[in-house]
Design a protein around this ligand. Structure first.
Ligand code: TYD
Ligand code: MG
Length: 455
């Protein structure tokens, strides 16, 4: 038998090395290397099993039919999964603590089990009583859903092989332990071993397993990156803590597009699907106020109208303050520099607070023009024409560049009753005939033309 080798890996990014390193060459974190638990146990277990059961096949022998899918009955979730839960798949659901991961998956369990499918919810975080309390807020549950409060991996795998549920939820990966490993729950070694054991279980028993993972403050699923490449699908549940809106996003999907998002609202009776996100995002928006601009962002294939707000005021600090909520802070700084240079507005003496209202996070370049207009409108204290939308990418020379799917964006704005559309000149020319009537189009080539919007 080969001698078990000692391996070290980075706690932050999962990079492996044969020796201990002071700084990780991958993510440059200092003092992040830890010794892996003796790797033999997990590795051997899997090795022995797969040696017996697998033999090479030709391509023609591989079954070609579509993956079998189980519809959850939540259309927003089904869409993000690529059309339902794929039988035998391993899905990681990541997100900040308290964002609603357990609630989302408990609701999914409720709908799936109501159809007679057997489901097992394993919780290492909450007691069964706590889960029941949560469940009473959500609704009636079928007896096909079984709960298990457990953290030890062997007990879980035994229960799963005995019960043979179609869907299993592991809440959360950080609380689970493999007693054969010496490291603590939530450590890289534990998380990695447990995930690979669950992966084998999912594939061998054809069970769909959902793993919940909390995100650490560095913004990674703890036990981090290596988890993402082990699983079939990675979903992130996001939202600003102050807002009740939540967005479920696929960042990796072996069985579907990563372009799809699902929008939910957290109410006192659990998560509710939001079928028309634009209307919700704009609810309560002030009309005709300086510093408020509506823009159309594309989330996957869905156009969504969001309001960008900018508050610009003279600074009383030595260094002006800038904050960006719901968008990229560096992009804000860049756009303000472009405006200062190309439009000659004196922003360096101003504090700037930018907020994408509604609780969505938008980092798409098409947001640029909306952001610039919001800042300009806030700076001049003049509102844009009422019921207008703006989108377009802004380059460093102040040019306004074309964005993808402008027709789709305009149509969404028209649907919601917007009558003025400020867009890149290039998009206006390209799609002129196909744009909906009844809207005033203002094509912009360069930021210097924006002045004509204010009188
Ligand atoms: P939870 O699903 O426990 O979050 P996670 O598993 O991601 O840590 O969500 C908890 C939050 O959701 C908590 O702050 C309370 C809130 N919540 C509601 O607002 N309404 C509800 O019906 C439920 C069940 C939870
Ligand atoms: Mg939870």
């Amino acid at each position: 038998m080969a001698k078990a080798k000692t391996i070290f890996f980075c706690k932050e990014c999962g990079l492996e090395s044969g020796k201990w390193l002071g700084q990780c060459p991958g993510c440059k974190a200092w003092d992040s290397f830890v010794e892996a638990p003796k790797e033999a146990t997990g590795g051997r277990r899997s090795g022995a099993r797969s040696l017996q059961s697998r033999k090479p096949v030709t391509l023609k022998e591989v079954r070609m039919e579509e993956e079998e899918r189980l519809c959850t009955g939540m259309s927003e979730l089904d869409r993000v999964l690529g059309g339902g839960i794929v039988v035998g798949s391993l899905v990681l659901v990541g997100g900040d603590p308290g964002i609603g991961k357990s609630t989302l998956l408990l609701q999914m369990c409720r709908l799936v089990s109501a159809g007679g499918t057997s489901v097992l919810y394993v919780s290492g975080e909450e007691s069964l009583r706590q889960i029941r309390m949560r469940a009473t807020r959500i609704g009636e549950f079928s007896d096909h859903l079984k709960l298990l409060a457990e953290t030890r991996l062997p007990v879980i795998t035994d229960t799963v092989t005995e019960l043979k549920p179609a869907v299993v939820i592991i809440d959360s990966i950080q609380t689970m332990v493999d007693p054969e490993l010496e490291s603590a729950p939530g450590s890289v070694g534990q998380v990695r071993e447990i995930t690979s054991a669950l992966l084998r279980l999912a594939k061998e028993e054809e069970i769909s397993i959902f793993i919940i993972g909390h995100v650490t403050k560095e913004g990674q699923v703890a036990g981090p990156r290596m988890l993402e490449h082990m699983v079939d699908t990675v979903l992130y549940f996001e939202g600003e803590s102050v807002s009740s809106y939540r967005v479920l996003r696929a960042v990796k999907n072996r069985f579907g597009s990563t372009n799809e998002i699902g929008v939910f609202e957290m109410l006192s009776t659990g998560l509710h699907e939001v079928e028309n996100p634009s209307e919700h995002m704009l609810m309560g928006m002030p009309e005709g106020e300086p510093g408020s601009v509506v823009t159309v962002t594309l989330e996957g294939t869905r156009p969504i109208l969001v309001e960008v707000q900018a508050l610009i005021c003279r600074t009383s600090f030595q260094l002006p303050r800038r904050t960006a909520v719901g968008t990229d802070y560096n992009r804000l700084n860049l756009l303000m520099a472009v405006m200062e240079r190309r439009l000659g507005v004196q922003l360096s003496g101003c504090d700037a607070y930018i907020n994408v209202a509604g609780g969505m996070r938008v980092t798409e370049p098409a947001l640029d023009l909306g952001m610039v207009l919001a800042i300009l409108s806030g700076y001049r204290n003049q509102a844009l024409p009422v019921r207008s939308v703006a989108f377009g990418e802004v380059g460093l020379t102040g040019e306004v560049r074309s964005v993808s799917q402008s027709r789709l964006r305009v149509r969404e704005a028209a649907k919601l009753g917007y009558t003025t559309c400020i867009l890149p000149q290039a998009d206006l020319q390209a799609a002129q005939e196909e744009l909906p009537d009844g809207i005033t189009y203002i094509g912009i080539k360069n930021l210097t033309e924006l002045k004509k919007l204010f009188h």
